[in-house]
Design a protein around this ligand. Structure first.
Ligand code: GAP
Length: 486
């Protein structure tokens, strides 16, 4: 994780928020390359799930909603974590995590010497187990109290109870309250889904592990509405579609580069299911911190639509033409975190290897995810015509993709720099490209393309570059291109 944090800062992916003021601890800013990577994740998700599927539509609901939304959804009453406070140092911990952290102990058997003892173990000198605050080792802890994770805020100039609302802790509720608007305006028949990407906020007690758990993050959520009375392939429709979405979601992460051995499914035990769920399966990724949740796929039944119908007094149902009856749809919810997906793609892409006795750091991003698609590098920056040609190529390719021009180091350094940020292709412009009138050498109008992964190079006419990159960046293989330009 430290390697990824340091590379992210050094190469402009992710910075600590408000760093010049000492940082905030749980918020991060996406730099020039980070924002490209994040946009690419969101763009591919939107393209694959909303644009390409006939049964899906998109939505962009507001972050601030009517406060009753959160009463109806159960968040006001149930979105809590049990907390304990240290009476001495006033630090606050999640009650269920206290015993999982190493603890500070002033050992009476060694004249009160201070030790940090691994979690769950007794002191090896006196045999005592942790009873006091794990952080300061001096204060008693209060009994657990429920702490709501929603950020409170106020609408309008007066800070009074009547104007209190919350920053949304999930994007899902914006979809549920718009169910009827979307179904009617888009004339939808079940099954159909609504997808949304947007910010969510949770006052996490223990944020941390870089962008894995933060207080402000982004979600990509789908609510897929099905008729619970239907059966598909012999299964109740909700169960059938739950399985389908689990398989589709796993395949999506693999399509864009996550290795199968770093992904697994974990079923929620009955006692850990959220208050609304009939069944939930998490897709876990082997993050640098160990196996942890990347996304969840829940069967939320008709809980949310029924709750909102009850609290708002507006029917949120669907008229089943065949059966001539109203039904409240069941909902399958594939819910992914953008930031967690980004961390997984970054971790999976990161590789260190040895090339001709030197260490090469390379981010093997899928070309569609890579923040920069092509780097244009002039071999001789003293030659005006070489530089001019390189700039012209940059301008042409920039009409289609995010590309960069760089002439600030020798070519070997420039290649390494691009490898380290995952740029799949580099184009070099040299003297042969533009010719050398002094030596009577004519221009060949060709440039060298270098492939990040194989480090192979081919020489391609400048005019062919847009078509070649269109092919390479939309799934074409390097081997096929290389064979066309031997
Ligand atoms: N609407 C369902 C829902 O919000 P969740 O499991 O609480 O379910 C879904 O959140 C996804 O959002 C998680 O799998 C994770 O990827 C992401 N997520 C949740 N809390 C997060 C946090 N504090 N920081 C970063 N990502 C988070």
């Amino acid at each position: 994780m430290d390697t990824l944090v340091s590379l992210s800062k050094r190469r402009g992916f992710i910075f600590q928020s408000s760093e010049i003021y000492g940082g905030t601890g749980s918020c991060w800013d996406y730099g020039p390359l980070g924002v490209e990577l994040k946009q690419n994740i969101k763009r591919l998700w939107w393209r694959d799930y909303i644009q390409r599927r006939p049964d899906m539509v998109g939505l962009d609901a507001s972050i601030l909603m009517h406060p009753t939304v959160w009463k109806a959804s159960g968040h006001v009453d149930n979105f809590t974590d049990p907390m304990v406070d240290c009476l001495e140092c006033r630090r606050r911990f999640r009650a269920d995590k206290v015993d999982e952290t190493p603890w500070v102990h002033y050992c009476a058997a060694t004249k009160g010497n201070k030790f940090t003892i691994p979690s769950g173990e007794p002191c090896s000198h006196c045999g005592e187990r942790r009873t006091l605050c794990p952080e300061c080792g001096k204060g008693s802890l209060t009994p657990p109290r429920q702490f709501n994770l929603m950020f409170k805020t106020f609408m309008g100039p007066v800070e009074e109870d009547a104007s209190q609302t919350y920053l949304r802790p999930e994007t899902a509720q914006g979809i549920f309250v718009n169910f009827d608007n979307v179904a009617q305006s888009m004339r939808r028949k079940l099954p159909f889904g609504i997808g949304q990407i947007g910010k969510a906020f949770r006052n996490e007690i223990t944020p941390g592990n870089f962008i894995f758990r933060t207080r402000e993050f982004e979600q990509m959520e789908i609510e897929y509405f099905v008729n619970p009375r239907d059966t598909v392939e012999g299964k109740p429709a909700d169960e059938y579609w739950h399985e389908r979405w689990i398989a589709d979601s796993l395949a999506w992460f693999q399509r864009y580069g996550l290795r199968a051995e770093n992904l697994r499914l974990r079923e929620h035990e009955k006692d850990e299911l959220a208050h609304y769920a009939k069944r939930t399966a998490d897709i876990e990724y082997r993050f640098p911190i160990g196996w942890s949740e990347l996304m969840g796929i829940a069967n939320r039944t008709d809980f949310d639509l029924k709750q909102h119908a009850q609290f708002s007094g507006k029917a949120l149902s669907y008229f089943d033409e065949e059966r001539k009856e109203h039904v409240v749809p069941y909902v399958i919810e594939p819910s992914a975190g953008v930031d967690r997906a980004l961390l997984a793609f970054l971790a999976d892409a990161y590789q260190e290897e040895e090339v001709r006795g030197e260490k090469r750091v390379v981010l093997r991003f899928h070309p569609e995810l890579a923040p920069v698609k092509v780097a244009i590098l002039p071999l001789l920056k003293k030659r005006d015509d070489v530089v001019r040609t390189a700039h012209a190529i940059r301008d042409t390719l920039a009409k289609h993709w995010t590309v960069v021009y760089d002439d600030t180091a020798a070519i070997g350094r420039l290649y390494r720099r691009q490898d380290e940020v995952g740029t799949p292709y580099c184009v070099t412009v040299d003297v042969q490209t533009v010719g050398d009138t002094d030596k009577g050498e004519s221009a060949d109008g060709k440039v060298t393309i270098r492939d990040r992964d194989s480090m192979e190079q081919v020489r391609v006419p400048i005019d062919a570059l847009p078509a070649v990159f269109l092919d390479l960046l939309s799934g074409g293989s390097w081997a096929a291109v290389a064979s066309r330009f031997p």
